[in-house]
Design a protein around this ligand. Structure first.
Ligand code: FAD
Length: 394
């Protein structure tokens, strides 16, 4: 079968692009370094914006998600010993979907490979790109079984291989700009085998550091604890984690935290980057390969899906109708939302981390930012819109 597009990476971005291509009958090959078992069990994101779910549904990719995801309509801020509920659905008419990323990836692998007959090679090694500036680019890789290097030619390459992939490095250095922001803090990302302790996402702003609570499923909850960048998870034994969570998320009338075994514990150094433009010749980047947003505002998966919709639709238009206009505008169209979300993450980061910065000026300003959400209807409406990502359409 002729391969028109090689997609590098079977994360949410790559599998969505592949599924859109297969629905239009376009020949495509997805190359993935991890095994199917690994990609289907890698827990990461869980909050998906409503426009993104509608975008998946329009492309026939949200059947299971719509049956199983929870709808969230509120979040809660805890600071200065008090709880403040923020009902964003009441302000916007829209909600968040909570659906663990590994469930979405599992659904997408099934849809792409098992239902739409897309080819996918798991466990490949040493993926390399060739001639991306030419009319006929190629991707080569080493087969896991034989150890033999294979070369696949195509019309286009979709670089969807995440933050640590290889495709971004194929953009010629003099033709792209890398914008990077380091927040100067770490987050200990935790998954607990414990039911959620609140019916909504909880953000704790505390002089000891930020803490977050996010439901993932009735049995599993994600927690975050601000920590020094580069800290080691070894420094955070079970007792210390739960004592710190109780302290930082404590507030008058708050129910006790349901504790459980910690099944994931890793330190994320909070940083973001954006590559501009997101394309060179016949190589198009999508998702974390092109831009990383620290998980401060839970935006990364949503941006990956936005890119994937535009790239999938653009490639279909180019390959089936000879219409290159969407591909020509692809990078600019993605970057408008990317920068909007980056700026929101930066704004939110100061509200989360200012209290514990050790700088009374930043702490005072962060508190003012928080209080404004509960005293100014205009500030509340603005926050709700940006938290839900409804300012730009999907
Ligand atoms: P990835 O999911 O990283 O997929 C890339 C794929 O490419 C992987 O399968 C990888 O194995 C493969 N690959 C890598 N290198 C190669 C190679 N050389 N060749 C072939 N394949 C390769 N976002 C949200 O929107 N909401 C949240 O609540 C949220 N929470 C998060 C919590 C945590 C702890 C983390 C770490 C991230 C979170 N994110 C969140 C971000 C979100 O998980 C990412 O933005 C999302 O996974 C990006 O999807 P992607 O397809 O671009 O990349």
């Amino acid at each position: 079968r002729g391969i028109s597009v090689v997609v590098v990476g079977a994360g949410p971005a790559g599998l969505t692009v592949g599924s859109i291509l297969r629905a239009a009958g376009v020949g495509c090959l997805v190359l993935e370094t991890a095994t199917r078992e690994v990609v289907e069990h890698r827990p990461r994101a869980g909050v998906i914006e409503e426009w993104a779910v509608r975008g998946l549904a329009r492309r026939g990719l949200a059947r299971t998600l719509l049956e199983r995801a929870q709808a969230h309509t509120e979040c809660e801020f805890r600071f200065a010993g008090e709880r403040y509920r923020f009902g964003y659905t009441g302000l916007t008419g829209r909600h968040h979907f909570v659906y663990p990323q590994q469930f979405l990836v599992t659904d997408l692998v099934r849809e792409y490979a098992d239902v739409r007959g897309g080819e996918i090679r798991f466990g490949v090694r040493d993926v390399r790109l060739h001639g991306t500036g030419s009319a006929r680019p190629a991707v080569s890789y080493v087969c896991p079984d034989s150890g033999e290097r294979r070369v696949v030619e195509a019309d286009f390459v979709a670089g969807c291989d995440g933050a640590r992939g290889v495709t971004r490095a194929s953009l010629p250095a003099g033709r792209v700009r890398l914008a990077r922001h380091d927040y100067g803090v770490g987050w200990l990302a935790l998954l607990a085998e414990a039911p959620p302790s609140s019916d909504c996402v909880v953000f704790g702003m505390h002089p000891r550091g930020f803490a977050g609570h996010m439901a993932r499923s009735p049995e599993v909850t994600r927690y975050y604890l601000q920590c020094p960048p580069g800290d080691s998870p070894e420094n955070w034994p079970h007792e210390r984690v739960w004592a710190e969570l109780r302290e930082r998320l404590g507030a008058a009338g708050a129910p006790p935290l349901a504790e459980g075994r910690l099944i994931e514990k890793r330190v994320l150094d909070m940083h973001s980057y954006v590559v501009e433009p997101m394309a060179f010749g016949r190589l198009f980047l999508a998702g974390d390969a092109a831009h990383l947003t620290a998980p401060i505002a839970a935006k990364g998966l949503n941006l990956a899906l936005h890119d994937a919709f535009l790239l999938g639709d653009g490639l279909v238009a180019a390959l089936t109708k000879g219409d290159d206009s969407a591909l020509a505008g692809y990078s600019d169209a993605c970057l408008a939302r990317v920068w909007d979300y980056q700026e929101f993450s930066q704004w939110l980061a100061e509200m989360y981390h200012g209290t514990a910065s050790g700088d009374p000026y930043r702490a005072g300003a962060a508190l003012a930012r928080l209080r404004r959400l509960f005293s100014s209807p205009a500030a509340a409406a603005e926050f709700a819109e940006r938290y839900l990502g409804v300012r730009t359409t999907g």
